[in-house]
Design a protein around this ligand. Structure first.
Ligand code: ZN
Length: 263
């Protein structure tokens, strides 16, 4: 390659890099995910959560039962209104790997997935991400779910870091509940690693409850992340626009019963 061509190529590369750097959001970030239905504990710390600028992804189960009186009120008037993300965590919170030892994927979908997903969809929630109850899945189910969900959250204790526009669709966040026995030292080392590598770190828990020390731990994590200028994201902020296009083409938004008739 002659020197003039080489110079032009290098200049073009720098120009393209600058353009993409300008267009991409802040890269150092944190995603917080919560499972189940303990909305009152979220509500109890609402002022603090508001003041941190935190965005959460809340994976909801038992939606059809409406077991808590303030359940739908909190979801619609606070959680959704403040632009947190709602994901899906099963209709009845069953362990898929156990259910599938004696049942087929279509019967799992009809029992565990569609009833709750249809109710949430008909209540106006645009659900794109799923968290497996007990973090349990089978390889066949994971493959099948790519057509229904963008991100699939599994259980893990190993640090995985994320960045924008990755083709990654399996999430393995760090569990923060006290009973998962991940020490503060591990959590803060992970935060330091994400900081140094300029990456996105993901956490998940269940309750924000002082009696379980979890909120105290959450709060000191939020404060540390904020002091280190991490940006807070919803999980669906991380969806790759290219993959999202193909996901949306085959997307399934159930609105009627027996949706498996069309598979
Ligand atoms: Zn759960």
């Amino acid at each position: 390659m002659n020197i003039r061509l080489l110079t032009i190529s290098v200049l073009l590369l720098i120009f393209t890099f600058r353009l993409s750097a300008q267009n991409s959001p802040a890269t150092r970030g944190a995603v917080f995910m919560i499972d189940d239905y303990y909305f009152e504990t979220f509500y109890n710390h609402y002022d603090y959560i508001q003041s941190t600028g935190l965005k959460m992804t809340y994976f909801v189960c038992y939606y059809p039962r409406d077991v808590y009186i303030p359940y739908k009120y909190i979801l619609a008037n606070i959680f959704d209104a403040d632009n947190h993300e709602l994901g899906f965590h099963g209709s009845y919170h069953i362990k898929s790997s156990f259910f599938l030892t004696e049942n087929t994927i279509p019967s799992y979908m009809n029992f565990e997935i569609f009833p709750g997903l249809m109710l949430m969809t008909s209540d106006g929630y645009d659900i794109s991400d799923f968290s497996y109850p007990y973090g349990a899945a089978t390889p066949n189910l994971i493959n099948f779910f790519y057509k229904y969900f963008y991100f699939q959250k599994l259980g893990s204790t190993r640090l995985t870091l994320y960045s924008f526009n990755e083709p990654k669709q399996i999430m393995s966040p760090i569990p923060t509940d006290e009973n998962y026995n991940i020490s503060d030292e591990v959590i803060y080392n992970d935060i330091d690693e994400a900081y140094e590598k300029n990456k996105i770190i993901a956490f998940y828990g269940h309750q924000l409850h002082d009696a379980k020390v979890t909120f105290t731990r959450f709060r000191s994590m939020f404060d540390t992340l904020k002091a280190k200028q991490f940006h807070f994201y919803r999980l669906d902020d991380l969806q790759n626009p290219q993959l999202q296009k193909s996901f949306l083409k085959t997307e399934f938004r159930p609105t009627k019963m027996n949706p498996l008739d069309s598979i």
